[in-house]
Design a protein around this ligand. Structure first.
Ligand SMILES: Nc1ncnc2c1ncn2[C@@H]1O[C@H](COP(=O)(O)OP(=O)(O)OP(=O)(O)O)[C@@H](O)[C@H]1O
Ligand SMILES: [Mg+2]
Length: 255
């Protein structure tokens, strides 16, 4: 079997808040993602999904546990090595606009990762423009600022930005949740097409089980910081074994 692109073991995050009890947001979570695989991560609001994503991308420091990316333990990386890791794992957020610099063009934002790697400006921009076009953004839009485009257009730019450094893993955290259903369908089609073209693995965080059913190979279910169920999409969504998954499926898929 291929070695996993991502393997997390015993991942735990405890938020300490002065004068308040600690929040155990993620508790002893272990799972792996294989190259090219799409794994859904579902669970109710506050179950710890975004915290898992922020731990893997090291926007947050884990309280305990290890994160192994392409065979390298990244749990305790800092500085330059952490920035290098930033290229191998990319993230697409629910609301893309704040992740772009408001004063700079989308093209600057998309090409930045290549520029940071030392790719000359003209070359980085040409490659960024090509991928933006592939993501459905005509050239004129590339010269706009994030507030001068629609939510769907900005999300297309965010997807181009995530894919440009050719990452091994893309984490989508509710990447289509704030878009209207037509745009949501277009973005899902784009992600599916890009997935066919490249051997990128996806961790797809989503509260919409129907989307997970369409898009994912495997699914992980979180409840109150713990992983309560894991399996193929067919098995988990048609024969959920944990009561929490059963309730989630009943409430959203069989409604
Ligand atoms: N910086 C923080 N300080 C304290 N508690 C936090 C912090 N960030 C998240 N939490 C808590 O950790 C828990 C998990 O939050 P998280 O954002 O990971 O949930 P989620 O599954 O992504 O939820 P949603 O579906 O609503 O996005 C929640 O109880 C949340 O209140
Ligand atoms: Mg979240």
């Amino acid at each position: 079997m291929a070695s996993p692109v991502l393997k997390v073991s015993g991942l735990t995050k405890r938020f300490a808040r002065k004068g308040h009890p600690d929040v155990l947001a993620v508790s002893d979570v272990s799972f792996a993602v294989l190259p090219g695989e799409t794994v859904g991560l579902v669970g109710g609001s506050g179950s710890g999904k975004s915290t898992v994503a922020r731990l893997i991308t090291r926007l947050l420091e884990p309280t305990a546990g290890t994160i192994v990316l392409d065979g390298q333990d990244v749990s305790s990386l800092h500085g330059a090595s952490l920035r290098e890791l930033g290229q191998a794992v990319q993230m697409v957020f629910q609301d893309p606009a704040p992740s772009f610099d408001p004063r700079r063009t989308l093209l600057d934002g998309v090409s930045e990762a290549l520029r940071n790697k030392g790719v000359p400006r003209a070359d980085a921009q040409a490659r960024a423009l090509g991928l933006m076009r592939r993501c459905g953004l005509e050239e004129a839009l590339a010269y706009r600022r994030p507030r001068e485009v629609s939510g769907g257009q900005c999300q297309r730019a965010a997807i181009a930005r995530a894919l440009l450094p050719d990452p091994d893993l893309v984490i989508c955290d509710e990447a289509t949740s704030s878009l209207d259903v037509t745009v949501q369908a277009q973005i899902m089609e784009l992600l599916a097409a890009l997935r066919r073209e490249r051997d990128t693995a996806y961790l797809f965080i989503c509260h919409d089980l129907a989307l997970v059913q369409d898009f994912c190979d495997r699914v992980l279910v979180m409840e109150r910081g713990r992983l309560v169920e894991e399996g193929t999409v067919e098995r988990v969504l048609s024969h959920p074994s944990h009561p929490y998954t059963q309730a989630l499926v009943d409430a959203t898929l069989r409604a």
